[in-house]
Design a protein around this ligand. Structure first.
Ligand code: SDX
Length: 447
């Protein structure tokens, strides 16, 4: 299996020679320093500020990282203005139509589409590691039955390091690969079990004869006394949802995994941290929030009220499933899911699903509303995914769990890229301190 060549790293020893530069001048001292501009394969170039603190004694400030590239990467490229998303150079539209999630996992991990024999080997490895340790399965009983499945996911994934000590040397490429395989294999089993536990049903074991998406749906929807027939079109829709959510460059949860992993923590702990970050309704928790919002709106006649709330600067309500830090055009994943939603609901004879009707009307109103047009707020990946998942019969509180199942391959691929980078250092941002100036302690009797 091929691996990524390490990225060249500017590192602390100074900056790779660059033809293009930006000159910054410190008006306090008149000093000028040239900073190199580094261009990538695609997208905006960067100005390398690695040496700014060393040369000027100042930090750069960028809360929310709107103008900050946190790393060099070769995995995923997105262009927010053009609505472009590519995994290892392949457009998401082509992968969603022609590939499979397991093949996309190989592509994200190893950087190339697999040959037939490499894919057969990879599929065999993933298929044969889908079971989890029986004691890990028993650990679920430590949670309340009504715990949110994401709470269980955070705990159980973090606990994987308590069971797989034999592959935790993050400096060993083979250990990294084994941990990646284990995560990709076991995350659907862990996810389905978190749901089964929350409804008091027995766990359904993985079946090696089933494909990745079908196996997940079977573990989620079957019961030991009756197999649930999963229509191929539904498995395909699930597989497509997995493909579309697999990676997305340096989003909040991926950045969390990178930062946690930069301390050389084990990959299970780093991915557990990523699951926690994904849970937020501003990020992966939005798909669950979209369904709740559509259900709360309930009828197309009530859409105006919610649009007004979303536009009210004094109202914290946001139109869930709309807007994106990067996409200032349609999220290409939303376009694909919009089509898939229609196909699945038609297949299930639910083309008149009230939620879909509210969603379609909400989308058309918002896209014509001046507020959303001016702020370039378009439907994002979370706007339609929940409608499909709900139609398949998946409960709302499992939507973000499904996002985590898919994004695990993105997280672990980005972690592998970071850890294997020569000269990699721990991530340790600084701050602009605006607190109290130095002062002496005052005894309580004097306060
Ligand atoms: C995901 O980063 C990724 O790649 C994430 C993700 C991935 O694959 O990993 O794509 C997955 O997280 C998708 C996003 C899911 N979240 C939601 O759908 C929640 C609703 N969306 C918003 O919370 C918001 O749009 C964010 C969090 C997604 C983006 O936040 P930003 O970057 O702070 O938004 P912005 O700066 O582009 O907003 C511009 C303006 C602001 O108003 P002003 O301060 O200019 O007056 O638009 C407003 C925002 O208040 N705005 C919204 C809005 N989203 C932004 N107003 C109403 N409804 C919204 N949904």
């Amino acid at each position: 299996m091929t691996h990524n060549e390490p990225l060249n790293h500017t590192g602390r020893k100074g900056i790779a020679m660059a033809e293009k530069t930006i000159t910054i001048r410190d008006n306090r001292s008149g000093r000028e320093v040239e900073l190199p501009i580094i261009e990538g394969t695609d997208g905006p170039p960067v100005v390398d500020v690695t040496g700014v603190y060393r040369d000027f004694g100042i930090f750069t400030l960028d809360p929310g990282y709107r103008s900050t590239a946190s790393c060099r990467s070769r995995i995923t490229f997105i262009d927010g203005e053009k609505g472009i998303l590519r995994y290892r150079g392949y457009p998401i539209e082509q992968l969603a139509e022609k590939s499979s999630f397991l093949e996309v996992c190989y592509l994200l991990m190893y950087g190339e589409l697999p040959t037939a024999s490499a894919f057969e080997e990879f599929s065999e490895i993933i298929t044969r590691h889908t079971m989890i340790h029986e004691q890990l399965r028993q650990s679920y009983t430590g949670y309340r039955r009504d715990a949110h499945p994401m709470a269980i996911m955070v705990g159980v994934v973090g606990a994987l390091s308590a069971f797989y000590h034999d592959s935790l040397d993050v400096h060993d490429p083979r250990h990294r690969e084994i941990s990646a395989h284990r995560l990709i294999s076991k995350i659907p089993t862990i996810a389905a079990a978190s749901y089964k536990y929350s409804i008091g049903q027995p766990f359904v074991y993985p079946q090696n004869r089933l494909g990745y998406a079908e196996n997940f749906l079977n573990m989620l929807l079957s019961v030991p006394c009756e197999e649930r027939e999963i229509p191929p079109s539904i498995s395909r829709a699930m597989d497509k949802i997995f493909i579309l959510h697999a990676d997305h460059e340096q989003n909040a949860s991926t950045s969390t995994v990178r930062l946690a992993g930069s301390s050389l923590a084990n990959p299970f702990a780093a991915v557990s941290a990523g699951i926690g970050a994904l849970w937020g309704p501003a990020h992966g928790g939005a798909n669950e929030a979209v369904l709740k919002m559509l259900a709360e709106i309930g009828d197309v006649d009530r859409i105006g009220t919610y649009i007004d709330k979303a536009k009210d600067p004094d109202d914290p309500f946001r139109l869930m499933g709309f807007g994106h830090r990067v996409y200032k055009n349609y999220d290409p994943r939303a376009m694909i899911l919009r089509q898939a939603a229609h196909e699945v609901l038609t297949e299930l004879g639910r083309e008149n699903d009230p939620l879909l009707k509210v969603a379609m009307k909400l989308e058309s109103i918002a896209l014509e509303d001046d507020y959303f047009v001016k702020k370039k707020l378009y439907p994002n990946v979370d706007f339609y995914s929940g409608i499909i998942l709900s139609a398949i019969g998946i409960p709302t509180n499992m939507f973000t769990v499904i996002f985590a199942v898919s994004r695990t391959v993105g997280w672990i691929s980005q972690w592998m890229e970071m850890i294997s980078e020569p000269g990699h250092v721990i991530g340790r941002p600084r701050q602009l301190y605006e607190g109290a100036a130095v002062r002496d302690y005052v005894a309580i009797s004097q306060r």
